[in-house]
Design a protein around this ligand. Structure first.
Ligand SMILES: [Mg+2]
Length: 141
């Protein structure tokens, strides 16, 4: 279970998907501070506090990551994160419309905690978010 104050960072470019995640969190009464980055580059800036972005503090307990992003793909973002000594331990759940085995394999090569294919219906989506976040063990490293 996440601690109530732990920030979550959502990296997602699609407006509708952002709203769906917000709605699913609300529906499951998960009120953690939610930060939203529309690109991987913005997410890195928010995590590092660079290029005019305020640093997310405390650091997010969890990153929800879309893979299909403009400028820098989700996999490229993962690579950059794992190469950064300050960010390499971040815990990440991929939330994607891609069920491609190669995307899944590339994500797990970068040590993601979970890989969720976005369900089509809101109820399924909401259940998937609830399952992941209520089973979440924030003490695990
Ligand atoms: Mg996308």
């Amino acid at each position: 279970m996440l601690n109530a104050d732990d920030p979550i960072l959502l990296v997602e470019d699609d407006r509708v998907d952002i709203m769906t995640v917000q709605r699913a969190l609300r529906k499951n009464q998960i009120g953690n501070p939610l930060h939203i980055a529309r690109t991987g580059l913005d997410a890195l800036d928010m995590l590092r506090g660079q290029h005019g972005q305020e640093k997310i503090s405390p650091p997010p307990a969890l990153i929800l990551l879309d893979l299909n992003l403009p400028k820098m793909s989700g996999i490229e973002f993962l690579r950059a994160l794992r190469e950064d000594p300050e960010l390499r331990e971040m815990r990440i759940i991929v939330l994607t419309s891609s069920n491609e085995p190669k995307d899944r394999a590339a994500a797990f090569e970068h040590d993601v905690d979970d890989y969720i294919v976005k369900p089509h219906s809101f109820d399924e989506f909401s259940r998937a978010i609830a399952t992941v976040l209520t089973l979440w063990d924030s003490s695990e490293t």
